[in-house]
Design a protein around this ligand. Structure first.
Ligand code: 3HC
Ligand code: NAI
Length: 710
């Protein structure tokens, strides 16, 4: 019929195939093509039933997300899929959607407009729209409760998690699981329906699973409560719940109207724009201009980790979780046992919470081989070093690894600050040395900063990027500067948080404002969690390099001098009770007031807006410098780093996207004011100035619309 849609016949069963790689999205032409194929077969007397299937690796994975930006940007008019789906559903002959891969979003909505759904055992269905800041827009919130019941529909529409074929069958979304060839199974199912002579029921006409006010009210209340807690600040999950609730209170047509209103509100809101930016950003970061797709990679079949501390243990779990056998080396039996005990405890907790079975845990533990020697390292394809942070020790370990590792093995360092080139310099193979900067807890946090040294080979970079995917991480390539991207930006951010405290805000005011902004945790509480002593030691070591003409925060050092290192000592900026709840401490207030007096600062009331601007714009200004210096490839790479490694709210799109939404010029003007008030630490990044002058955004920078700087 068209390149996107083909129509064939298998006897009396018509087969419509969607062919829109890579994911058969509902791009312009696809829904229309399906509808006209349905219209054609409706008139064809030889056809008694219809099967819809996707070509390639998946059924329809949803609406074409690229189209949303065109609609909100005013480039084209948005249209609803719903009229086409209603026409499809009205087909007088039985229609069957055959699902493999993923039937997501609009894909599931299409499938639910078909009379029956059969699925391959490995298939998944879902309404993940909320992850893009929107809700289902083509009756998903109205049909799903009719097929799967209200509770399942609320869960799927409000939280967006996929449902596997078996569970979809159990709750009524799918009518049959097909083992073996899906198309053959779907055609056989179609023949059974023809033979049975039953008139298929349209899902929009089913009301038997919609429950009543009494049974539904607690379901909606619980979902709203969960959304408040787990999707803090986000509008789409609440809108999705409202839309499903409408299904239980209004007719199908009226419910669809309500869904459409809520969909439009979400689509044109800032959150969906930000989350769509993040969706494409997570895929964009995999694209490295000089390391194209198809660059040869090294097979990673065996791994080794050096150091079984906080990070080494988590990194070891990442390999075991991915099914890669891993050696774990320590310096003493005691440390090795301690490291393994932590790994075991983490896995046991997951088993207790029902995340996976004891059998899975046993299998993962069996993949980990503890050792006190380098025996077996000669077989590893990759070694990740996670020993204490110190150049001399890192050099010693890399020298040893260079001797024991086979030629062609990757040697990665998890250093958070040290120079990768200097570490690589002690080896005979700097092209195989790279930074793999995981974030604590390494088995949980999704970010992996991949640090490119000056000699690191393209093959090693391509392998690292592919490995990050295998380990279920988001790998972002960064350059080799102090703190790389994430931690380098954290320095001015933390500095401003402390300055605000010295100028008059209480620690809980600063944390509170940023928590309200959407961060998982404020910067002061984060310092207490990470341990204040780490920064204190570094500051003492590098005291001689400090610029005496700029202001430095005073309180953190004082807290450390008092032995208040944060949560680990039960007290830092806050006191902690046995549940690790932070409690503001009058002793700290006194200390802060003293520090303010010593620095000659007159304390004042500081509002939430200033707290957000001072801290967020400090991130943005440093991010702009990093971008200009080339240590991040794109602004969106910085956004993805902050969202996945630092608890930045995805619905704000990351710090650089946030600056775009505020307006780069506004950010620049405010930074210029801070510069005048607070001195050279606030010198605006030249790139920021250029963007502001040319009325451009960081997104424009990424699109190559601007390259020159002031
Ligand atoms: N629209 C446009 N492009 C899409 C897309 C979509 N729905 N889904 C995936 N893509 C693109 C990706 O950007 C990527 O492009 P690239 O190669 O140029 O970077 C390519 O397809 C492959 O995607 P992945 O790298 O993500 O491939 P995976 O195999 O890892 O994952 C997937 C496949 C599970 C389908 C995943 O892509 C996914 O979750 N996609 C989004 C699904 C979704 O959110 N659907 C709902 C859309 S909104 C909607 O339907 C509204 C409706 O209610 C009206
Ligand atoms: P840690 O102190 O918890 O663990 C380090 C482990 O290395 C200790 O168990 C020690 O016994 C072991 N070790 C020391 N020398 C060794 C050797 N020669 N051979 C084998 N094992 C040896 O430290 P942590 O926090 O795990 O940090 C490790 C590295 O990860 C550091 O470079 C750090 O900068 C980096 N990092 C730390 C993060 C954190 O939040 N803790 C986050 C990201 C990176």
């Amino acid at each position: 019929m068209s390149e996107l849609i083909s129509l064939t016949k298998d006897g009396e069963v018509a087969v419509i195939t969607v062919n829109n790689p890579p994911v058969n999205a509902l791009s312009p032409g696809v829904p229309e093509g399906i509808a006209s194929a349905i219209e054609a077969v409706s008139k064809d007397e030889d056809v008694k039933a219809v099967v819809l299937i996707g070509s390639g690796s998946t059924f329809i994975a949803g609406a074409d997300i690229k189209e949303f930006g065109k609609v909100t940007g005013g480039e084209k008019k948005g249209g609803s899929l719903l009229p086409l789906l209603l026409a499809i559903e009205d087909c007088p002959k039985p229609t069957i959607a055959a699902i493999h891969g993923t039937a997501f979003g609009g894909g599931l909505e299409v499938a639910m407009a078909f009379h029956y759904r059969v699925a391959a055992a490995s298939a998944q269905v879902g309404q993940p729209e909320v992850k893009l800041g929107i809700i289902p827009g083509a009756a998903g919130t109205q049909r799903l409760p009719r097929l799967a019941g209200v509770e399942k529909a609320v869960e799927m529409c409000a939280f967006g998690e996929p449902v596997k074929a078996k569970a979809a069958f159990e709750c009524g979304i799918v009518d049959r699981i097909v083992e073996g060839d899906l198309l053959a199974g779907a055609v056989a199912f179609a023949r059974e329906i023809i033979a049975s002579g039953v008139t298929p029921q349209k899902s929009r006409e089913r009301n038997d699973k919609l429950g009543d006010e009494q049974t539904n009210a607690p379901i909606f209340a619980a979902a709203r409560d969960q959304a408040r807690k787990t999707r803090r600040g986000q509008t789409a999950p609440v809108a999705a719940i409202d839309a499903v609730e409408a299904a239980t209170k209004l007719s199908f047509n009226e419910g669809c109207k309500r869904e459409s209103e809520l969909f439009q509100q979400c689509l044109f809101g800032d959150q969906s724009k930000a989350l769509i930016h993040v969706f494409f950003g997570e895929r964009e970061v995999a694209k490295i201009p000089d390391v194209p797709k198809g660059t040869p990679t090294i097979g990673i079949n065996k791994a080794a980790v050096v150091g079984a501390g906080t990070m080494g243990g988590g990194i070891t779990m990442n390999y075991a979780n991915a099914g890669i056998p891993v050696l774990l080396k320590e310096t003493s039996q005691e440390f090795l046992d301690r490291g393994l005990a932590t790994i075991r405890k983490n896995y046991s907790n997951s088993v207790k919470k029902g995340r996976f079975s004891q059998e899975v845990m046993d299998h993962r533990m069996a993949l980990i081989t503890p050792t006190l020697t380098y025996d077996g390292f000669e077989e590893a394809d990759i070694v990740t070093e996670a020993v204490f942070e110190g150049m001399d020790l890192k050099k010693q370990v890399f020298g040893e690894l260079d001797k024991v590792c086979k030629p062609g093995a990757i040697i990665a360092s998890n250093t958070s600050t040290l120079n990768i080139d200097e570490i690589a310099s002690v080896t005979s193979r700097p092209e195989f040395v790279i930074g793999h900067h995981y974030f604590s807890p390494a088995n949980v946090m999704r970010l992996l900063e991949i640090v490119r040294g000056k000699a690191t080979s393209k093959e090693v970079i391509a392998t690292s990027m592919a490995l990050s995917k295998k380990l279920k991480k988001v790998g972002v390539l960064v350059g080799n500067c102090r703190g790389f991207v994430g931690n380098r930006m954290l320095a001015p951010y933390g500095r401003e948080a402390q300055f605000l405290v010295e100028e008059g805000a209480a620690p809980q005011d600063v944390d509170g404002a940023l928590y309200k902004f959407g961060l998982a945790m404020g910067p002061i509480a984060m310092g207490d969690l990470a341990g204040l002593d780490v920064g204190w030691r570094i500051r003492k070591e590098y005291k001689h390099l400090e610029d005496p003409t700029v202001r430095h925060p005073l309180v953190a050092d004082r807290l450390c001098e008092m032995g208040r290192f944060g949560q680990k000592t039960g007290a830092g900026w806050y006191r902690y009770d046995e549940n690790r709840k932070p409690i503001p401490d009058p002793e700290v207030d006194k200390l802060i007031e003293q520090a303010s007096a010593e620095a000659g600062i007159e304390r004042r009331q500081i509002g939430e807006q200033e707290i957000v601007e001072r801290t967020m714009y400090a991130l943005v200004n440093e991010g702009a410098k990093i971008l200009e210096e080339g240590y991040a490839l794109r602004a969106v790479d910085i956004d993805i780093i902050y969202i996945n490694g630092y608890g930045f709210p995805a619905w704000r799109g990351g710090p650089m996207w946030f600056a775009d939404t505020v307006g780069v010029k506004n950010v620049y003007d405010r930074i210029s004011e801070f510069h005048a008030q607070h001195g050279k630490v606030w010198e605006p990044a030249p790139l920021l100035k250029t963007l502001a002058e040319q009325d451009r955004t960081f997104a424009d920078f990424d699109k190559g619309k601007i390259t020159a700087t002031a």
